[in-house]
Design a protein around this ligand. Structure first.
Ligand code: GLU
Length: 339
């Protein structure tokens, strides 16, 4: 039976590279009808932030990544860690317990990452450790700790890291955590699809924001009107205006343009008069725009009259998002149709 674990440190919202490990573990477990354990590596105070664990659970749920067991907190296992350290390690003059040159237990009795990770991988029957290649250097030691405890070390699989322009992916590259991506309006499906596409890279890969943007457009297109409105948190009536948006943040901006117009002076009486006639004639958004273009009307003025903005969703979509009465009252409000 395949058993894998995803073992983040509770530092806060997942780094995209860690999310890649999580996705790869889930996929491996699924492919082998195995089990994925979620373990929180919280024995290192420096790598634990308040709310860090909750942020990770939220991230995983957002991505639609389920775990089968856990979350298991390493700090809850301190009795077993101490016992294991005493079994295989030697006390040092300063009170720490060491295995060769590696500290297993600190002088204050807390377990180090190396010890806790090895003991928990052993005790929880982990068969495959799948993680980033920044942990490759830990493989030998962790395998020998497990062997010293009388266990069979798991298979270790290290995948390439996600890099930015200057090495490790950082905020300077536009995004480094799932929270960054969420805030920028990328739908979870696009992020998940991007991570799935990367799979288990053998070598380091450059984070491809352009690819993610492409996947975001595809993911939005695949959402039903109700789903899209729900994600954005605005009514379905505004969906036509949201449709040309490339991400959820832009979709919200677009929808707000039709839902919350701002007043702007518009000086194009002929265009607006023609527009009013077309609206009164009951034409749909596209036909109205086609008719306006045919007479060389000032389309910018129409947009400005309806939304108060110079840019935004396609004009036909703006028109389509508004009822006839609302279109007419916005025209009245900007008050510049010819008498
Ligand atoms: N807790 C480690 C980290 O967040 C991962 C440990 C492991 O996978 O062995 O980088």
């Amino acid at each position: 039976m395949v058993r894998v674990r995803f073992a983040p440190s509770p530092t806060g919202s997942l780094h995209i590279g860690n999310a890649l490990s999580a996705t790869a573990n889930r996929r491996f477990a699924d492919e082998h009808e195995g089990v994925m354990l979620l373990r929180i590596d919280d024995t290192d105070a420096e790598r634990s932030a308040p709310g860090g664990e909750q942020a990770i659970l939220d991230d995983l749920r957002w991505l639609g990544l389920v775990w089968d067991e856990g979350p298991l907190r390493q700090s809850d296992r301190h009795v077993r860690h101490r016992e294991a350290a005493h079994l295989i390690g030697e006390p040092d003059a300063d009170g720490a317990i060491r295995f060769g040159r590696t500290t297993l237990l600190r002088a204050d009795g807390t377990a180090t990452y190396q010890l806790a990770s090895a003991v928990d991988d052993l005790d929880f029957g982990v068969t495959h450790v799948i993680r980033g290649s920044d942990h490759r250097a830990n493989e030998e030691l962790q395998a020998s700790l497990i062997a010293a405890l009388g266990g069979e070390p798991p298979a270790y699989v290290h995948h390439g890291l996600l890099l930015g322009d200057e090495g490790k992916l950082s905020k300077r590259d536009g995004a480094s955590s799932l929270a960054d991506l969420r805030e920028q309006g990328f739908p979870a499906e696009a992020v998940r699809a991007y991570l799935d596409e990367l799979g288990l890279p053998r070598h380091d890969v450059r984070f491809d924001l352009a690819r993610l943007r492409r996947l975001s457009i595809e993911a939005l297109a695949a959402l039903s009107d109700e789903e899209l409105a729900g994600r954005v948190g605005l009514p379905v009536s505004a969906v036509p205006a949201m449709r040309g948006a490339r991400d959820l943040r832009e979709a919200r901006e677009y929808a707000e343009q039709v839902l919350e117009p701002v007043a702007a002076p518009v000086d194009a009486p002929e265009t607006l008069t023609r527009f009013r006639e077309l609206v009164e004639g009951g034409l749909d958004g596209r036909s109205i725009v086609r008719e306006l273009k045919a007479v060389g009307a000032d389309l910018k003025a129409v947009r400005l009259a309806l939304t108060g903005r110079e840019r935004g969703p396609q004009l036909a979509a703006v028109i389509q998002s508004l009822s006839r009465d609302e279109l007419l009252s916005r025209l009245d409000r900007c008050g510049s149709t010819a008498p």
